[in-house]
Design a protein around this ligand. Structure first.
Ligand code: 5GP
Ligand code: MN
Ligand code: MN
Length: 409
């Protein structure tokens, strides 16, 4: 593969070029094959951009930037529409945190609904009680848009829409209390559009597959089915995905506000926590201008890194995370990675590691250390430092964060 200053290019006949910022990090063969499938679609604009956290996804590859002309692939955006990260720096120092962090972790866990047994369609927040007024106010703003979506797709009516606003979810979604390189306290969290985004994603993925029934045989994967500009379903999807992305952003803002309130009860020293706030999606699509043309950019596990723009690249339950500033690298469509990326599946991680391994790998972090989080063990992810080195041409590091508390869904 030819290697230019900062990336490799994979050029195959009948496919758009694939540009990879993956120097020094592992890339599975299966992910490479999947990238080639996507690059063969006739709707790809210029080239695919591949971030160092790249790994196999459903239909298309996580850690990739997919620019499309006059079309969108709903399964590339995925079902966790608007999933992303939010971080705020506080005025607190490490010494202001309580010696025992368990109380702070419990306070956060009590303030933000999370986990599997939460809600399931109930209007209250399950064992968390009634949602705070801030959730109702946010829903009031989101509701008119939701009503319009339901007119297009009545089955969306029955989703956990309002009930999931201000809730974390399960699995890889998390809330952390971190310290930066100067010992300053940050709050950081990861979540998306929850049940309602999932329902919207699934509805439109199915619709795209139905619409493309005649052509689906020519697609290397059903999950590469796309809507074409000019079609009614295209416009409906653009509206729906935009709404779900707003929901996800609001969801993160609400949780951040609630966890800060909870922290105020545990941390006795008064503080503010609105400095350098960053709230960025990493699963989304939006219209952007690149190389002089308006195109749709789908970031599937990737973050916008326009020149000067702040973003968040998390590591794992036991590794550092980074606040970064974009360099506006045009070849990457101004993007960077959304994390370290998995090196193994959840099943493989559960087979390979024990609770003892998890305890060792998360030493010094106040977090869950039980059998159910083994699939989130730091060793299931790539080495974040190698991932950062591979994208030196895309972002610069502004802050290095290390968690002291990690709440997992
Ligand atoms: P995804 O959105 O693809 O599920 O995950 C995004 C990234 O978050 C992963 O690639 C991984 O690097 C990072 N990550 C997963 N779990 C944790 C965690 O508990 N804490 C931190 N700081 N990062 C995590
Ligand atoms: Mn998510
Ligand atoms: Mn995510």
């Amino acid at each position: 593969m030819p290697h230019t200053a900062d990336h490799d290019t994979l050029a195959l006949p009948g496919a758009a070029p694939i540009k990879l910022w993956t120097h020094g990090v592992p890339v599975e063969d299966a992910a490479r094959a999947q990238l080639i499938h996507t690059a063969r679609l006739p709707i790809i604009y210029k080239h695919l951009a591949v971030m160092p956290d790249v790994h196999l996804g459903k239909g298309s590859t996580i850690g990739s930037v997919i620019p499309t002309l006059g079309a969108i692939i709903p399964a590339a955006v995925g079902v966790d529409i608007g999933c992303g990260m939010m971080a705020v720096r506080t005025t607190l120092d490490a010494a202001d945190l309580p010696d025992k962090l368990h109380g702070l972790r419990s306070a956060i866990e009590k303030a933000v609904p999370h986990g599997r047994d939460m809600t399931r369609g109930k209007r209250d927040h399950g064992s968390w009680g009634k949602p705070p007024a801030s959730v109702d106010a946010a829903w009031k703003r989101l509701q008119p848009g939701f009503r319009r979506l339901v007119e297009q797709a009545p089955r969306l009516e029955k989703t956990n829409n309002h009930a999931h606003l201000g809730t974390l979810g399960t699995g890889n979604h998390f809330i952390e209390v971190c310290l930066d390189e100067a010992g300053r306290v940050w709050f950081m969290l990861h979540s998306g559009s929850r049940g309602v985004g999932n329902a919207i994603g699934r509805h439109y993925i199915e619709l795209a597959q139905t619409d493309m029934r005649q052509h689906i045989a020519n697609l290397p994967d059903r999950d590469l089915a796309y809507f074409t500009e000019g079609a009614q379903h295209f416009d409906d999807y653009v509206e729906a995905v935009g709404w779900a992305q707003d929901f996800a952003r609001a969801n993160r803002e609400l949780m951040m506000a609630h966890l800060i309130d909870a922290a105020r009860h545990v941390i006795k020293k008064p503080f503010t926590a609105d400095q350098q706030a960053v709230n960025c999606h990493h699963n989304y699509v939006q219209k952007e201008t690149h190389f002089g043309r308006e195109v749709f950019i789908t970031r599937k596990g990737a973050v916008s890194a326009q020149a000067g723009q702040l973003g968040i690249i998390p590591g794992s339950m036991g590794a550092a995370s980074y606040i970064v500033r974009g360099k506006g690298n045009p070849e990457s469509f101004c993007s960077c990675s959304h994390g370290a990326g998995r090196v193994m599946s959840r099943t493989a991680a559960r087979k390979q590691f024990t609770v003892d391994d998890q305890v060792r790998a998360t030493a010094g972090v106040e977090c869950r250390k039980d059998a159910e989080v083994i699939d989130e063990i730091p060793m299931a992810y790539k080495d974040i430092d190698a991932v950062m080195a591979a994208q030196d041409a895309l972002v610069e590091v502004v802050h290095t964060l290390k968690q002291v508390v990690c709440v997992k869904g």
